[in-house]
Design a protein around this ligand. Structure first.
Ligand SMILES: NC(=O)c1ccc[n+]([C@@H]2O[C@H](COP(=O)([O-])OP(=O)(O)OC[C@H]3O[C@@H](n4cnc5c(N)ncnc54)[C@H](OP(=O)(O)O)[C@@H]3O)[C@@H](O)[C@H]2O)c1
Length: 272
């Protein structure tokens, strides 16, 4: 069976995106990939691979730029089977210490960049009535309790929210959507950046994820019969997600009476 697919990966010049692109090419897939400097991307991937690899210079915050990149991908390979919205950048600092420009820049990359790509790719997938979108959020887009990472968390929570909605919108069209929450990976944010989480998971800090294993997991998920909507990557991410879910469940139970007490009661109808 031919399982080769056409992939479009954003943020592929370093880290998880670069590892994923190299792996996909080795496994015979066709790959279009973006970075703000396409030449640097080509150099990082280290292979010309005419007809199999398309490096693209893209500013993801520029809608027209993104549309041109998606058009170029379709012109080169005939469609897009799998989209990975991987571009991202950590932003550390207390919420009241970051500038408006820092905060908007983070949302431009993580949120509006992802939305630009989705708006350009979804009509193609809709026409194909198939496709798979992976949006790379972060465990900090599921649990915001990490001091100094609020701006990044806010942007990644936005990615998580829009991805859940995209999944609901795409399901009837036969398009799969996966929301990926990596924990700390060796290629990027160093393990140990979040003391609050380290306190909750004392062994977690030695367990940074391996980007190569994360990339292979994405490929496996793309080939799986049923795609995960929520995919936590890394022991730290898994443990942190479970701990947040337990904490929310406890609060739901503890505050249940107060939560449900605000139902509107029509006193006039009761009196009648
Ligand atoms: N590493 C971690 O520990 C970790 C943990 C949780 C989640 N994540 C998320 O996983 C994804 C990959 O992370 P990584 O650490 O492997 O990535 P990385 O090495 O930091 O690489 C990020 C990629 O995103 C691109 N990028 C960064 N800022 C951009 C911008 N403003 N506009 C367009 N492209 C931009 C970069 O391309 P150019 O700069 O070449 O344009 C680069 O190719 C990101 O979304 C990240 O938030 C990472």
């Amino acid at each position: 069976m031919n399982t080769e697919k056409i992939w479009l990966v954003t943020g592929a010049s370093t880290g998880l995106g670069l590892v994923l692109v190299k792996m996909l090419l080795e496994q015979g897939h066709k790959v279009a990939a973006t970075a703000r400097d396409g030449d640097a991307l080509l150099e990082a991937v280290g292979a010309k691979l005419e007809g199999q690899f398309l490096p693209l210079t893209v500013n993801l915050a520029d809608e027209r730029n993104v549309r041109r990149a998606v058009d170029a991908t379709v012109a080169a390979f005939g469609g897009v089977d799998v989209l990975v919205n991987g571009a991202g950048q950590g932003l550390q600092g207390a919420l009241d210490s970051l500038s408006d420009a820092d905060l908007r820049g983070s949302f431009d990359t993580h949120v509006f960049g992802v939305l630009n790509v989705i708006r350009a790719v979804m009509p193609r997938m809709r026409a194909q009535r198939s496709g798979h979108v992976f949006n790379i959020s972060s465990i900090l887009g599921f649990d915001g309790g990490c001091a100094e990472w609020g701006a990044y968390s806010a942007a990644k929570f936005a990615v998580s929210g829009l991805t859940e909605t995209l999944a609901a919108e795409a399901a009837p069209l036969g398009i799969r959507v996966s929301l990926v929450y990596p924990g700390a990976m060796h290629a990027g944010v160093p393990a140990g950046v979040c003391p609050e989480l380290a306190a909750r998971h004392p062994q977690g800090q030695e367990r940074g994820g391996d980007p190569a294993k994360a990339a292979q997991t994405l490929i496996n998920a793309a080939e799986a019969q049923y795609a995960p909507l929520h995919l936590f990557l890394g022991r730290d991410s898994f443990d942190q997600a479970r701990s947040k879910i337990q904490a929310v469940q406890q609060e739901l139970a503890r505050w249940r009476e107060m939560s449900v007490s605000i139902g509107f009661v029509d006193e006039r109808r009761l009196a009648a």
